[in-house]
Unconditional design. Structure first.
Length: 202
């Protein structure tokens, strides 16, 4: 199973001997612990539940504490379910050793929240002229359709909340791994702010 939960630490650069520079994102990935195995006969589908992130017991509710105690796992902050069958058992650990340099991965995270934004920033609208007495600059322009249908269609690109949404970034590559410190270096940028939870899938 090539799936890990981790924390985004930030970005840095790796310099090669020939002087080329590679931007990488450093992720504190794992170790994750298997907390539950779901089977087709018992649950209707096959899946493996993994947990990540130590937390104080008082931060969790009783049902979650009981669930983790049944699996023999210390209190964890995050749980994630990976569908499919594998050879792992409850209590097994998954770490960065599951990945190697050159592996193709996708990273899932929560994008940075930008607040309420206009159409120029949110949807890359061009906007109006900046000079010569123009009174139309960053407004969305006409969005109506006269008397028929006399309403704005749902799904129109309008101002609103930007960011703070689940984003999947495919096509990334593992640049290097550090098993001793549980670090995963991924070439390029991944969604989310520093310290946010990310899911790495191979």
């Amino acid at each position: 199973m090539k799936t890990l939960l981790g924390t985004k630490i930030g970005m840095t650069q790796i310099f090669a001997e020939d002087g080329t520079v590679t931007p990488v994102t450093v992720i504190q990935a794992g170790p994750c612990v298997v907390t539950q195995k779901k089977t087709v006969s018992n649950d209707g589908y096959a899946a493996t539940q993994i947990a990540f992130g130590d937390v104080k017991a008082k931060r969790l509710n009783k049902p979650l504490l009981g669930h983790l105690k049944k699996a023999g796992v210390d209190p964890k902050k995050h749980l994630h379910e990976v569908q499919g069958e594998d050879d792992l058992a409850v209590g097994d650990r998954v770490d960065v050793s599951a990945f190697s340099a050159g592996d193709s991965v996708k990273v899932i995270g929560t994008s940075k929240g930008k607040g309420f934004q206009g159409v120029v920033k949110r949807h890359n609208f061009r906007g109006g002229p900046a000079s010569h007495g123009a009174r139309f600059h960053r407004a969305p322009g006409s969005i109506g359709a006269s008397a028929d249908p006399a309403r704005v269609y749902p799904g129109s690109r309008l101002p609103g909340q930007m960011g703070n949404a689940r984003v999947t970034q495919p096509g990334l590559t593992v640049f290097a791994t550090d098993a001793e410190r549980n670090l995963l270096l991924i070439k390029g940028a991944v969604p989310g702010s520093k310290g946010s939870l990310v899911i790495i899938k191979g």
